[in-house]
Design a protein around this ligand. Structure first.
Ligand code: SF4
Length: 358
C-alpha cells in the first residue's frame, strides 16, 4: 500500500478506498461524529472550490490526522455532489478533482505515473531505460484534448498503433480519464438522506450559486443575434445553410438548437435561412419546430464541442483562443458578449463627466 500522504493526495485510487474501508467507519459516524468535523468542512471546501475555481484545492498534509481527514473528505464531497443534484455541478466537481490530480501528478516521477495509469486501464508502453512513453491510439483519442493543435493526431508520432508522449502529456490524458470516471460514477447516484439533512444549508447555498450563475448567463443580451460573435463552427454551418449547401443533419440540428437557445423565434431562424437558392419555408419551419419543441414538445439542447468534433463539424483550422477556453459554442458566444460589455463599461467609465467639467 502507498504511504498515507500519497493516498490523501490521490483519494480515488484503489489503495485509498481500501484504506478508508479498512477503518470500518460507518457513514453515519462520518456525518455525525464530531471527530470528523474537519473531514466534513474539507468536503465542503472541495466541492465549493471545484465549482468556483475548477480545482478542489490543496491543504496541508504534514500530520497523519491531516491525511486521514483529507481521505475521508473525498467520499463525503462525492455524496454532497450527488445531493446537489445538478449535472452541470457534477461535471464541474469531476473537473475539479481531475485538475488537482493533474497538478499533483506532474510533480511525480515517471515510474509513479506509470503505476497510477494502470488503474485507469490505459494501454501504455514504458521503456524505463530511455524513459520513453507511448499510449495506444484508441485510448489517446478517447481522452486526449484533441481540440488543441498540439494534441492533434497528425502532430503526433504513431508507431504500431502507439503514440509517443511526454510524462506531462500522459498526466493530462489521465486527468481526462479521471474526469470521465468521476462524472460517470456520480451522474445517476441517488442522494443519501442523511447527507441531505446534515449539509442542507451548504447544499442550498451551492444550489443558489448555480442558479445565480445560470441567471447571469441568461441575462447576457443574446436575444438579437450578433453574427460576429458566433463561434467558428456555427458561423460555418450558418454560412453553408444560407448558401444552400448540403448540410448534414447534425449540422442543422446544432445550428437550430443553438439559435433557439439564444431565444430566436422560429420566424427569426427562418428569416436567417431564407437566403438559400432552393429555400423551402414550410419544410424548414417543420424541421426547425421539431428541434425547438414547436412540433415535438421536446426542446433539444445544442451539442457541445466534443460532439461537434466527433461529427467533423468543428473547423479545427479556424479554432481561436476563445475556443480553447470553452467547451461549448454557447459559452463561446457568451464569452464574446462579456468581453464586449466589459469594453463598453471601461469606455463609459473613462468618459469625462461633462456636468462636472462645465
Ligand atoms: S472548439 Fe467548439 S466552439 Fe470552437 S469551433 Fe470547435 S466546436 Fe465550435
Amino acid at each position: 500500500m502507498k504511504p498515507l500522504n500519497t493516498l490523501a493526495r490521490y483519494p480515488f485510487l484503489k489503495d485509498a478506498k481500501t484504506y478508508v474501508k479498512n477503518q470500518g467507519i460507518a457513514v453515519t459516524e462520518l456525518i455525525k461524529d464530531p471527530l470528523y468535523d474537519r473531514a466534513r468542512s474539507i468536503a465542503i471546501e472541495r466541492v465549493e472550490h471545484a465549482f468556483e475555481h475548477k480545482d478542489v484545492g490543496v491543504r496541508q498534509l504534514s500530520k497523519e490526522s491531516d491525511c486521514i481527514m483529507e481521505l475521508f473528505s473525498y467520499p463525503l464531497s462525492r455524496m454532497i455532489t450527488c445531493c446537489i443534484n445538478d449535472s452541470y455541478f457534477t461535471r464541474r466537481y469531476a473537473l475539479g478533482e481531475a485538475v488537482r490530480f493533474y497538478k499533483n501528478l506532474i510533480k511525480e516521477n515517471t515510474f509513479f505515473l506509470v503505476d497510477i495509469v494502470k488503474e485507469f486501464n490505459l494501454n501504455i508502453q514504458f521503456d524505463g531505460e530511455n524513459q520513453h512513453l507511448s499510449i495506444y491510439f484508441t485510448d489517446y483519442l478517447t481522452h486526449a484534448p484533441t481540440r488543441y493543435k498540439h494534441w492533434k493526431l497528425v502532430n503526433r508520432e504513431l508507431q504500431n498503433g502507439y503514440i509517443s508522449l511526454s510524462s506531462k502529456d500522459l498526466s493530462r490524458v489521465t486527468q481526462e480519464a479521471l474526469r470521465h470516471r468521476i462524472n460517470n460514477e456520480l451522474l445517476d447516484k441517488p442522494c443519501h438522506e442523511l447527507i441531505q439533512k446534515t449539509f442542507s444549508e451548504e447544499i442550498q447555498r451551492l444550489q443558489n450559486k448555480i442558479a445565480t450563475q445560470r441567471k447571469n448567463n441568461e441575462t447576457i443580451p443574446v436575444g438579437k443575434l450578433d453574427v460576429k460573435k458566433l463561434p467558428p463552427c456555427i458561423k460555418r454551418i450558418l454560412a453553408d445553410v444560407q448558401a444552400g449547401e448540403n448540410v448534414p443533419h447534425m449540422g442543422r440540428f446544432a445550428l437550430v438548437s443553438f439559435l433557439n437557445s439564444l431565444k430566436l423565434s422560429t420566424q427569426d431562424i427562418i428569416d436567417l435561412f431564407n437566403t438559400a437558392p432552393d429555400f423551402d419555408e414550410e419544410k424548414s419551419r417543420y424541421q426547425i419546430e421539431h428541434i425547438t419543441g414547436g412540433v415535438s414538445s421536446t426542446s433539444y439542447k445544442p451539442p457541445g464541442c466534443d460532439k461537434l468534433k466527433t461529427y467533423g463539424l468543428c473547423p479545427s483550422e479556424e479554432i481561436d483562443r476563445i475556443c480553447k477556453k470553452t467547451h461549448h459554442p454557447l459559452s463561446y458566444y457568451r464569452y464574446k458578449w462579456k468581453i464586449e460589455n466589459k469594453r463598453k463599461k471601461k469606455k463609459s467609465d473613462k468618459k469625462p463627466n461633462k456636468k462636472n467639467e462645465a
